[in-house]
Write a protein that binds this ligand. Structure first.
Ligand SMILES: C[S@@+](CC[C@H](N)C(=O)[O-])C[C@H]1O[C@@H](n2cnc3c(N)ncnc32)[C@H](O)[C@@H]1O
Length: 375
């Protein structure tokens, strides 16, 4: 994790603005309304974007509090650290990192536990509206779609190497596209003829030829573009890992605030909060000890009509809020695969070299956050 060079080719041609969605609602959800932010609390904005939420959070925090921001997009980091939009507030620090690793970044800094984490997931307007990023079928450009342009496989590279079955699975699952198989077949047929799809325009043309029935008001390529974006950025896995981390890195009473923009993401958030906040009665064991719950569900908020009419991109947003109970984190309670793996490593490491005064086993062993941070 290090602050990347801001000189990506798109940085110079990115005039697009981002209008922050559910700005006040999301920031106010980070703390109890009556109590306000904790004076020396640590807060995390896991999706800095253009910093709309971060700036409002900073305006509400006391002088002893701190805000850690993350983004996997080098342009977002450049925006936070350079030029007119730079944030020079000494309580602020930003790291170039995927939010799946947020708890490790916090631990690596020696910070934590955290009083509130905000995730405003998905793409930002500058990402969609900058032609060269390849997120939109509205412009003809290289088919990239990576949020983190410093690493990983682009959408074009995925199409160039994946099988018909893999492409079908991605487009069907992440795009909920009925014509996933014919689209995948057409893409691979072109590749076999030596005409691999490398641009957004070429992909749109293939989809337009293959998808026979158009949904009213929707470009036929919408679902395929969404699916490839989710695949390239591992968006759902990122979200699951970040939610799991909240169980061990949020302080008792700490808030988890997530804004999602489509049903696949919202289902993950909703199911996660329900799993950790609702008592499940096992009829086979009627007198079993009640399960210790790690979260309380606090709220579900949609944008107001006024917000949607001023910013149509907000219309699909759903904000969910949960609060960490004071039940200590434990392997059994977490019960999720990434947590199990991480906890196992911590336990093994502690067994190999017990340190006097070491902190609880439930806390992850942090790794260095690199040199990218900045106060
Ligand atoms: C909707 S925008 C956030 C906008 C921000 N709240 C604001 O007010 O400007 C989403 C941002 O999250 C970043 N992002 C998406 N997935 C991410 C991930 N897994 N890890 C880190 N950043 C991510 C994107 O690069 C993008 O900048």
């Amino acid at each position: 994790m290090s602050t990347p060079s801001p000189s990506t080719p798109q940085a110079a041609v990115a005039p697009a603005q981002h209008r922050t969605v559910l700005l006040n609602e999301a920031v106010d959800a980070l703390w109890d309304e009556a109590e306000g932010p904790q004076p020396d609390g640590i807060y995390v904005d896991a999706t800095f974007g253009r910093g709309g939420h971060s700036r409002l959070i900073l305006s509400k925090l006391g002088p002893q509090a701190r805000l850690l921001a993350l983004d996997r997009d080098p342009e977002a980091i450049a925006h936070a650290t350079q030029g007119e939009g730079a944030i020079t507030d000494p309580r602020f620090r930003i790291e170039h990192a995927a939010f799946s690793s947020w708890a490790d970044v916090v631990a690596g800094l020696g910070w934590g536990p955290v009083q509130g984490i905000l995730m405003d997931i998905g793409v930002s307007s500058p990402q969609i509206d900058t032609p060269g990023r390849g997120f939109s079928f509205r412009f003809d450009a290289p088919l990239d779609m990576r949020m983190d342009t410093t690493q990983g496989e682009s959408a074009a590279d995925f199409i160039a190497r994946a099988s018909v079955d893999e492409i079908t699975e991605v487009i069907r699952t992440y795009g909920e596209e009925r014509f996933a198989w014919p689209i995948a077949k057409a893409l691979v047929a072109l590749r076999d003829e030596g005409k691999s799809v490398r641009t957004t325009g070429e992909l749109s043309a293939v989809v337009a030829r293959t998808v026979k029935t158009r949904e009213a008001g929707q470009d036929p390529a919408t679902r395929t573009f969404q699916a490839l974006r989710i695949q390239v950025n591992r968006e759902l896995g990122e979200l699951e890992d970040a939610l799991d981390a909240a169980l061990r890195m949020l302080a008792p009473g700490g808030r988890l605030v997530v804004i999602s923009f489509h049903s696949l993401e919202d289902r993950i958030v909703k199911t996660f909060i329900a799993k950790h906040s609702r008592e499940e009665v096992d009829r086979r064991v009627p007198f079993a000890e009640p399960k210790a719950l790690m979260l309380n569900a606090v709220a579900r908020i949609k944008p107001s009509e006024a917000e949607v009419s001023g910013n149509p991109r907000s219309r699909s947003a759903v904000l969910r809020v949960a609060e960490r109970t004071d039940v200590p984190w434990s392997l059994e309670l977490a019960g999720t695969e990434p947590d199990r793996r991480r906890a196992k490593k911590v336990v093994e490491r502690k067994a190999a070299s017990p340190r006097p005064g070491a902190k609880s086993a439930g806390k992850p062993a942090g790794k260095s956050s690199g040199k990218g941070g900045r106060w």
